[in-house]
Write a protein that binds this ligand. Sequence first.
Ligand code: SAM
Length: 182
Amino acid sequence: MGCGVGTSSLALVPYAKRVIGYDPSQAMIEKATPHPTISYTRLIDELPSSCDLLCFFGSLEYIDEVALKKYTQLLEKGGQLICCDFEVDYQPILELMGFEPMTTDYNHSKNLTQYPDYVGFKEQDRQVESTSFSCSLNQLKSLLAAEFENMGKSTIVLDSFHFERENYELKASLYYARYIKL
Ligand SMILES: C[S@@+](CC[C@H](N)C(=O)[O-])C[C@H]1O[C@@H](n2cnc3c(N)ncnc32)[C@H](O)[C@@H]1O
């Protein structure tokens, strides 16, 4: 649910006979990466009436209680729901650039407990992990550009700032929760 351009749908392919990527955005569905075992749709009526796994990868934060209820009705009893997201720590880079820390209302750790009427699911697993990854200067710039745009900040500085290295190591937190439908 909230498949975007299909990155997370592709990640599910080795574990599923059939994957359905749903996203309300036509623009996302049009850009989604095709795969023989994935079908993409932006129409809720095209989703199967029953599925055994419902995944929210980086999308739960956009989903209100009404939509969540609609989506979880598609899950069969005993089926599983997974939500996960990640948060990159940009503070060391921002400090280097002379910026104040960025603040955001986006809740990267959102899970079912944040819905007041959270019933009918049993939590099986919840984890927070730390990781780090390296990225090229171009990748760093496009990550920062997306963050700046989300904050309504101009991205011009990314072209004028003199970055001294070609590769950067970034830290990130990974949030994961898994539930079973009762
Ligand atoms: C950060 S993207 C995650 C994309 C994808 N899951 C991935 O991991 O690559 C969040 C997606 O949630 C979608 N979205 C926004 N509101 C939604 C809703 N109410 N129901 C389902 N998806 C929604 C957006 O269109 C966007 O494509």
